[in-house]
Each structure stands twice: as structure tokens, then as C-alpha cells.
Design a protein around this ligand. Sequence first.
Ligand code: COA
Length: 323
Amino acid sequence: MGTRMIGTGSSLPKAVVTNDDLSKIMDTSDEWISSRTGIRERHLAKEETTASMSTEAARRAMENAGVTAQEIDLIIVGTVSADHVTPACACEVQAAIGAVDAVAFDINAACSGFMFALNIAHAYLQTGFYKTALIIGAETLSKLMDWSDRSTCVLFGDGAGAAIVRADDRNRLLAFDQGSDGIKGSVLACPNRSNNNPLVETSKELSYVHMDGQEVYKFAVTTVPVSLQRTIQAAGLTVEDIDYFVLHQANIRILQAVAKRLKVSEDKFPISLDHCGNISAASVPILLDEMNRQGLLKSGMKIALAGFGGGLTWASAVLEWDA
Ligand code: COA
């Protein structure tokens, strides 16, 4: 049994914050941010939550795929910023859309979250017991940012992207590669609550994302091209056969470096980071949905996807588009 992607959806918060807006509240500038990252603005959540954006993205993906909530038997959300420790964001989405027969759970693979969810869904569909999966990448990263750390907070945004994948006799998920390197986990990290019991003194300080930007950059530009090459080869294709490279939207310079290493034109690397910033697990499905709605994805096209980030984690896949 194979996997076929049949619909996409996305949701961004209403509020848009430009680089110039940020320069009014911290010592930064549009010139610094856009020249180093390609980011010009990002959406930040006010009344929106990780679950509400996930639900909106899910409804749009279901509509795009022509799938009802009753047909969905699996919901996986990749997120590091769920609204609750429990219930999982996926369970909140399940309740909101009325997918009463679905198994629902979250996974944490940071910026590779959607890609890991895609691979997990593929494994479930291959068993033959599951037919239709809703996979989501969703983040409210702004709540995990230290807004006094200009080197990190300017990079990230909020939003959600979703896709429906369905079991199909002909497999369109042509190949997959994923990996993790926990030894380097500290270069991009965000602590959870510290121990809290009668045996310890509890810190009341909130914890935020901290990042060694240059180490993350080096990791991305060395690991991602190798993973993509491995996946494309496993699909029986060459880089020239790939119509689009839909990569996690962290930084324009990472995308340019990957294109250079693969010897592929940057034109094949669509971007959303200019208006979204880095939305971790949501980046890949939001970009895929934007391309789908712009009519860029044609039947038979070969799309290489890749996610990379905290963990450290990375994943890539080659999809044949046939929605
Ligand atoms: N505005 C203005 N100046 C800033 C700034 C900001 N938002 N953030 C940092 N600076 C300053 C620093 O304080 C430093 O000043 P100094 O030289 O006086 O000490 C200077 O800019 C250079 O900082 P540095 O961190 O060396 O910049 P950089 O060229 O490495 O660029 C990143 C920083 C974060 C843009 C870059 O490392 C990067 O893109 N890394 C990858 C990060 C990423 O994509 N993470 C997510 C992966 S999932």
C-alpha cells in the first residue's frame, strides 16, 4: 500500500509584524534582518492558538482534498509549541473538526516535525489498517521567544500548515530519509519546566529558545544536501528530475547554499520565509499549500521536501504530485 497527498491547507495569524516594526522595539533594522536571512515580515499570534491555527489549516486541507472528518482515521501534529502538555494539539483538532474515528497524537521533531509526521503517516497507511491521515505542522513560536534576544526573536513566526494523505495502490511518496543527532541538541534548545516537587527548589523563571546561529547554519548546509541527494537517488531520480525543492524556511542563505551544493538553480527553491519567517514544523506545509493554491503543482511533478532543525533532526522526501 502506498501514500498519496491529496490536499493541503494553511493558516496564519492576522497580525503582521515587519522588520521596521521590530526596529521600533529593539536595536535591529530591516537591513540587518533581510540581508542576513531574507525575512521581511512575520505573522504573530494574538487571539490565535496552536490548536486554532491547526484546526483552520486542517479544515482547508480537508476542503481541498474533498475529505470529510468521518473519513479521517489518523491525525498527527508536529509541534514544539502546543497549547497544553495534555491534551495533545492533535486531540484538540480531532474534537474541533469532529473526526471521531481518528487516532490523534503529537510528535516533537522541531522544524522537521511535519516531515516526521508524513513518514509516520506513511508507515501507518502501509499497514492497511489506516486509510486517510491528516498531518499538520503548527507553531506559536512567539511565546517561546526571548524578545530581548534580538539574534533569535527576529527569525521566527507563527502559523500552521496541513496536508491530507491517503492510502493508494500506487505509491507517490517515492523515497524518504530522516535522522537525528541528539549530541548536538544544545545548539538549538528550549528548556521545559524544571523539576517541581518537595525535594527541590523550583525556579520560577520562564525558559526561552536559545540558539547558536552559526552552528545551526553549518549543520543545515552540510546535512540537508546529503539527505536530499540520498533520497533523490533512492527514488531512482537525479536532482535534474526534481521540479521543486520545498525546504524548511529558516534562512535564504541556507536555501542558496543547498541549491549551490546540489548544483540546482535557486529558481527551483520557492520561498515563503520573506513573509512568514521561520515557523519550524509549519514551514514546509505552509509553503506547499501556497504553491498548491497558486497552481504551481502539476500532476506528475517530482517535489523534494526537507525539514531540519532542533534535536538536531532532519528529514527529506520525494513526492510525486497527484492531488
Ligand atoms: N539586529 C542587529 N544586529 C544583530 C541582530 C539583530 N537582530 N542579531 C545579532 N546582531 C549582531 C550581533 O550582536 C553581532 O554584533 P557584534 O559583532 O557587535 O557582536 C553581529 O550582529 C553579528 O552577529 P552574528 O550572530 O555573528 O551574525 P551572523 O552573521 O552569524 O547571523 C544568523 C546570525 C542567526 C542570521 C545566522 O547565524 C543564521 O542564519 N543562522 C542559522 C539560524 C537558523 O536558521 N536557525 C533555525 C534553523 S531551524
